[in-house]
Design a protein around this ligand. Structure first.
Ligand code: ATP
Ligand code: MG
Length: 499
């Protein structure tokens, strides 16, 4: 289905400014249809005798005459007569048309769409008179507003210049409409508007009072009147009630001047929506605060352990406690990252980088320099995966340093490579150091480090792990120059991620 702009450019020689004017009209005309309870169509003059329907809208407040979509079809003979009359006179006029779809007559009001002093298209309201339905006060007031808006269209005063209202958020006529005079005095309030006013504590009859007297949306309406354009404003009327308002000035051209003759205030009670927004926000903030506190508590625990380690005599005991401190700090790292992120999942790379730093800090030996690097990207994952996985990676990094580059060796590189696909994360920890002992057997390794790794990977994370000697191609793949076959160690992890 071609858009209004596409149709206009294809069939007419309207300039882009004029086409934009029509676009703005169509983005706002839901309000016009709502005020007149009828279908509206936009006709473009193509040549002497043909008119193309470029857009169509139905009223949210009334019944439609047309169940079919007429966009990109041509005006019928009876319509053409009225369209041509309106186009040449530049006046709003009304007549009768024959509608094939209903097999009978209907009314058609034609409104010239004026832009830059010229009529560029014709807007129509099409409806069947319903004699059974007596027009109440709402209908007659809305009809009067519609008449004024139609007048504005024909004078080029509607749609408003410049700002295009965001129709998706703005309140609609059916949400609640208040009709104002030029002094923002309430002339009429629709039943929904009266309910909204009740909720903000306006219980007396609002008719005849100004918005200032009522204490509702006064500044928004005044702004709209002064600027002669619509103003959307969200008003926290009380602690419980939030109103979304749209103030529309009604304008009339008098000579060279444009006067405000009144206005319409559309309003919607969005309290429930906003309350839910706020709840979500606070829930998010609470979760982050909890992560922050967990991190603080873990830091306290690791400080206490460190103090205790200072009093120990045995080097082995000191080392054991130092390792525990590192493990606890690793978990604290995850919580710290989570306390900064809005959601419940994290970009894994945010944890791997500080993890490397943690290991680097614990390694203060200038005699065997070790370079650390991370490559690739692990994607995002829930905290339930990130926490055990970081403990695993810490152990692997620690082993790469401890066993790859023991005291007396020359130093080298440790590289963590991350990658992921739709269902798993792949982590490789590689070092180009001494390498595995020939008798090493992963499945029977009894050290605490690898036991932690095995338990977490296979049971907690339902993943797999493999350890092997490095090779020249591993070096090439990670950018470590001069690595030879059999050198160093490669540990590969695969962890399924379900989001
Ligand atoms: N990257 C590696 N390079 C060479 N050998 C390794 C590597 N990782 C592990 N190993 C071997 O596996 C053994 C078991 O490792 P594990 O981490 O379980 O214990 P550990 O490092 O000796 O002690 P800790 O409990 O402090 O981690 C190590 O002693 C070492 O021989
Ligand atoms: Mg270890």
């Amino acid at each position: 289905m071609p858009t209004l702009a596409e149709l206009a450019y294809e069939h007419t020689d309207l300039e882009s400014d004029a086409v934009n004017h029509l676009g703005a009209l169509v983005s706002e005309w839901g309000m016009l249809a709502d005020f007149c309870f009828a279908d509206m169509l936009l006709y473009l003059p193509i040549d002497e005798d043909s008119w193309l329907i470029a857009a169509q809208v139905r009223a949210a407040t009334g019944q439609t005459l047309y169940h079919q979509d007429y966009v990109n079809t041509w005006a019928s003979d009876s319509e053409k007569v009225l369209l041509a009359r309106c186009y040449s006179s530049g006046e709003i006029s009304q007549g009768e048309i024959f509608v094939q779809a209903i097999g009978g007559p209907a009314n058609m009001l034609t409104i010239p769409v004026r832009y830059d002093g010229k009529t560029i298209a014709v807007l129509s309201r099409e409806w069947v008179t319903d004699n059974a339905r007596r027009a109440g006060q709402l209908e007659s007031t809305y009809a009067e507003i519609f008449g004024k808006l139609a007048e504005m269209v024909s004078q080029g005063l509607f749609p408003f210049e410049g700002r295009v209202a965001d129709a998706s958020v703005a309140p609609r006529v059916g949400d609640g409409a208040i009709v104002l005079d030029a002094q923002t005095r309430v002339r009429y309030a629709s039943p929904n508007a009266v309910s909204a006013l009740h909720r903000v504590g306006v219980s007396t009859n609002a008719i005849g009072q100004t918005l200032a007297e009522l204490g509702v949306a006064e500044s928004a309406a005044r702004n709209a009147y002064e600027r002669k354009e619509p103003v959307i404003e969200e008003i926290e009327q009380t602690a419980e009630v939030t109103l979304l308002t749209r103030s529309i000035p009604l304008l009339v051209e008098r000579g060279d001047a444009v006067d405000v003759i009144g206005g319409v205030l559309l309003l919607r009670d969005v309290s429930e929506l906003r309350r839910r927004d706020r709840l979500l926000l606070t829930k998010d903030a609470t979760i982050r605060e909890i992560h922050h506190r967990v991190k603080n508590n873990l830091q306290t625990i690791s400080s206490l352990l460190r103090l205790q380690a200072r009093r120990l005599e045995s080097a082995e005991a000191k080392e054991a406690v130092a390792e525990s401190v590192r493990r606890i700090r690793t978990i604290a790292l995850v919580h710290e990252t989570l306390s900064r992120e809005p959601g419940e999942d994290i970009a894994f790379i945010e944890i791997v980088r500080p993890l490397l730093r943690l290991v680097e800090e614990g390694l203060q030996s200038a005699d065997r320099p070790v370079q650390f690097a991370v490559k690739g990207d692990g994607g995002r994952m829930p905290a339930t995966v990130a926490t055990p996985l970081s403990v695993v990676i810490l152990e692997l990094l620690q082993n790469a340093v401890d066993h790859g580059f023991p005291e007396g060796s020359a130093g080298g590189s440790v590289v963590v490579t991350l990658s992921h696909d739709d269902d798993a994360l792949y982590v490789r920890v590689l070092n180009n150091g001494i390498g595995l002992n020939p008798n090493f057997d992963f499945s029977s390794a009894t050290g605490l480090g690898l036991s932690i790794v095995r338990t977490l990977v296979t049971t907690e994370l339902a993943g797999t792990i493999a350890m092997r000697a490095g090779s020249k191609s591993d070096g090439d793949a990670t950018g470590i120059a001069g690595m030879t076959d059999g050198q160093g160690t490669v540990v590969d992890l695969r962890v399924p991620i379900t989001n």
